[in-house]
Each structure stands twice: as C-alpha cells, then as structure tokens.
Design a protein around this ligand. Structure first.
Ligand code: ADP
Length: 413
C-alpha cells in the first residue's frame, strides 16, 4: 500500500514537472516569436529608411543617374535623368538604347571592361533640345569577368560650353578690334620714318590718322575696362534720386555741338519724373544712346528724348531718331558685344561696338530693362526703364515736391 502511494506521488510529481516545463517552453517560444517579430520590424524599418535616404539623395541630385542590370536594362532612373532625356516610355526594364536612342552612349558602355571599368566623355546629345553632356560610366565586374551592374552619371555642360565659345569669340573680336587701329598707326609711322612723306600736307595727314587711331584704341580700352568692371559685378552703384527732365536737359546741352555737326535737331518731352539711379552711370547710358541716334540717324533729322511712368513704380525713357532704323534680326542682337549692323560705318564713326552692351549692363544693374523698336527706313527708338521715386529724403526738397506732383500727374495719364 505504501508503495502505491509512493508511485502515485512520483507520477503526480512527474506530471507537475512536465506541465511546468511545457509552460516554460511555451513562454520561451512566445518570447522568441516576439523578439523575432521585433527584429524583423526593425530590420524592415532600417531597410526602408536606407531606401528613403537613397531615393531622397537620387531625387535631389542635379545630375542624371541611370543604373543598369547585367543585361544592360534600366533598373533605376532618377528625376534629373527623366528631365534631361524626357523618355517616351518609363525607363525601368527597358534597354539603354530604347530609353536614350543614343548609339554613342551605347558604344561607350560596351567599351567598359574589367581592365577599364570607368570612362568619362563629353558627348553631344542631339536632343531635342541639343545638349552637351559629360557622361561618366562605371561598371562592376565579377572576378570571373562577368559584368554585374553599370552606373551612368550625366552632367549637363551645355552652358559651360556656350560660355567657353562666347569667351573665345570675345578674345578673337578684341584682338581684331585692337589690331585694326594698331596696324594703321604702324603703317603711317613707317611711312613717316622712311622719309617717303616729304610733303608737309601729307605728313600732317599721316599724323592726324595716327592721332585718330590712337584715340580709337584709347576708347576701345576704356570701353573694355568699363564692360569688364560691370560684368564682374564690382561696380557699386551710387543710387540717388535724379530729376529726369533736368538730367536730360543737361545731356542735350552737351550734345548740341555734335548734333549741329550733322544738322540734327535735339528735342525732349520729359515730364517731371524722379528716378532712382547712379547719375554717372545714367550719363553713360544716355550719352551712348544720344551719340548713336545722332551718328546713325538721318542727317538733318530729329532726335527726341521722352519719358513716361509705367505702372506705379517704373519710368520708361525713350530715345528716338528718324534715321534708317534697324532690320528685325539686328534689333535682337544690337546689345551683344561688338555686334554692328554696318561695320564700316561704325568704324568710320569711331564706334567701338561696345556702347550698347555697356548700356544693357548699366540698365540691368539698376534693375531695369532695355530694348529697341525699329522698322527699316523708319527710325529707331531705344527704350530703358528705371525705378520711379515718389518722394525721397535724399532728393533736393525743392525738386521732390514738384516731382511728386509730376508722378501723380503721370499716373492719371
Ligand atoms: P558702335 O560703337 O558701333 O556705335 P554700339 O554698341 O553703340 O556700337 O551699337 C551697335 C550697333 O547698333 C551700331 O554699330 C549700329 O550698327 C547699330 N545702331 C545703334 N544705334 C542705332 C540707331 N539709332 N540707328 C541705327 N542703328 C543703330
């Protein structure tokens, strides 16, 4: 009987141990499952964060990025790439040629090899629009030589190329412009030195030509320096309130002798407006426009300076002549450096071809616009805008009040 109880006790004990053990195992399994789920969630979160960071980085790059799989099909294309190439189909899964239709690029990618896994070239993409692209291509290779992924980076260098071309043209133009008066000076100096010009009248003519060409060189260098200063942004404008009618009056008085030499009548119809400008720079603008209007306008013709208020805060100034005017294509280009409609006429008049480029820079530095309207045979009108001033503390008090009423009168027109 005693043994029975002992056996029962042992059985019960074993059962209890088993239940405790089973419970413990179930608890451990649950803990493991929770830990594993937490770990998986963390892993997924980290992967998502890394993906978000990569996507954000690729989206923010101004360079176009293309990632190719081992079969050279597109795996990834960033927004800059899509903007650059504007592919007709969604790039992912397509071949490089389908997406870019650019054989030269395909050849470049094919050239990548384990011994030369990266290449950079500047290629002209036909567009539209046509663009110069600096393309860097790099491929990953398996140790057995198989190509894995390829990455292509596209950097748009069209603007850099354009600037380089403009710079080269400018240097060529400057050299040409400098060489012309210099060769005249040299020629006449040699004539005088050789003693060939024995006639005093001829000697005088030689010296006059030398002086004229030396002046031309001086003018050219002055204009080039002004332009360089303006373009570098180093010129600090001394802005102040300027009374436009008085300013124009003063300029017209200065230009009367020059106009009289061509029997040109100078007129002004400028209402009492006050503008915000640097007087020295404004003088350069008006001087260039008046000089051109007299030079290229009609002999015995009229040149008129007028102004009006545009909106509430701008003044538009116009310099009009009744000369031969400009053809439409020239109206687009006259503000370019060294652009001339009639090269011979400009040189004969002592022009440097830089006057209107200087005008454009000065007006733009003032925050204004400059343009020309013209029809062949019907004169030309050059316009520019400046900031209007209603009342300023710095303005001459006497001027200010009369000008303020002028501005209001202008607004009612
Ligand atoms: P330039 O020193 O030759 O006068 P500008 O830059 O002042 O240089 O002018 C550029 C060109 O624009 C001139 O060579 C001339 O052909 C043309 N041009 C300028 N003003 C006028 C005008 N009022 N009428 C006709 N052509 C003009």
């Amino acid at each position: 009987m005693g043994w029975l109880w002992v056996g029962l006790g042992l059985l019960l004990g074993a059962g209890a141990v088993h239940v405790i053990w089973w419970r413990r195992c179930a608890h451990l399994r649950r803990e493991y499952a929770t830990a594993r789920a937490r770990w998986e969630a963390l892993h997924a979160q980290l992967a998502e964060e890394a993906q978000t960071r990569l996507t954000a980085m690729l989206h923010s790059l101004s360079e176009g990025i293309l990632l190719l799989d081992p079969q050279q099909r597109v795996m990834l294309a960033n927004p800059a790439f899509r903007l650059l190439f504007q592919p007709a189909v969604s790039p992912e899964g397509q071949s490089l040629l389908t997406v870019t239709r650019w054989h030269e690029l395909g050849q470049m990618v094919t050239q990548l090899a384990p011994e030369e896994p990266a290449l950079t070239r500047e290629l002209l993409w036909a567009g539209p629009p046509e663009r110069w692209l600096r393309v860097s291509a790099a491929a990953l290779f398996h140790p057995d030589g198989r190509r894995l992924n390829t990455i292509l980076v596209f950097h748009d260098v069209t603007r850099i190329k354009q600037l380089e071309r403009i710079r080269q043209e400018f240097v060529a133009n400057v050299s040409h412009e400098l060489r012309t008066p210099l060769s005249h000076i040299k020629g006449y100096v040699e004539t005088l030195l050789s003693g060939a010009a024995t006639d005093p009248a001829l000697q005088q003519r030689c010296l006059q030509t030398i002086a004229r060409n030396a002046n031309r060189l001086e003018l050219l260098i002055e204009d080039l320096l002004t332009l360089a200063q303006l373009e570098s942004g180093q010129v600090a404008l001394q802005l102040q309130a300027v009374s436009l009618p008085e300013f124009v009056d003063k300029m017209i008085q200065e230009f009367r002798p020059r106009a009289a030499a061509r029997a040109v009548t100078l007129e002004q119809t400028v209402p009492p407006l006050l503008v915000r400008a640097d007087p020295l720079r404004l003088e350069q603008v008006l001087a260039n426009l008046l000089d051109n209007a007299i030079k290229y306008g009609r002999q015995g013709g009229h040149v008129r300076v007028s102004a009006r208020l545009r909106g509430a805060d701008q003044v538009e100034v116009a310099v009009a002549d009744d000369g031969p005017g400009l053809p439409p294509e020239a109206c687009e280009r006259v503000f370019e450096r060294f652009y001339r409609v009639d090269k011979a006429r400009s040189r004969e008049q002592g022009g440097t071809g830089l006057g209107l480029a200087i005008v454009k820079h000065i007006v733009q530095r003032h925050g204004g616009k400059v343009w020309v309207e013209s029809r062949l045979g019907q004169g030309a009108t050059f316009y520019f805008t400046l900031a209007a001033m209603q009342e300023t503390a710095s303005a001459d008090p006497g001027l200010s009040s009369s000008v303020a009423s002028g501005v209001n009168a202008g607004q009612q027109d």
